[in-house]
Design a protein. Structure first.
Length: 112
């Protein structure tokens, strides 16, 4: 079975982790980033969204700094947790999402 691509572990850039890299907060942020690195994109944004819901106000910017995910991705994950959509079960991306096949991008190259 081929190995799946693993995401690199993001190093937190928050002020607390920079000042105290071996403190309990830095260890918590490292643990969060280890979990995030093992998830696919859908579960990654949902995990970050769940943490944003639990941490409350101003957590999206902090989670963005901790995980390296964009704030819009975390907001989307938060919305998916609060309002689950039953039609997208089993899929990572929405239908039609992702890169187009090469044939559709360059139709002249497939006619040779």
């Amino acid at each position: 079975m081929p190995q799946s691509k693993r995401r690199r572990i993001h190093h937190c850039g928050c002020a607390t982790c920079c000042r105290h890299p071996y403190g309990s907060v830095a260890q918590q942020h490292t643990a969060i980033n280890r979990v995030v690195a093992t998830l696919d994109e859908k579960n990654r944004r949902r995990f970050a969204g769940l943490l944003a819901i639990q941490w409350g106000r101003r957590s999206i910017a902090l989670l963005s700094r901790i995980t390296g995910l964009s704030r819009t991705t975390i907001r989307r994950g938060k919305r998916e947790i609060e309002h689950p959509s039953p039609e997208s079960r089993g899929r990572i991306r929405e239908p039609g999402g992702g890169r187009l096949p090469v044939e559709k991008k360059h139709p002249a190259s497939s006619k040779r």
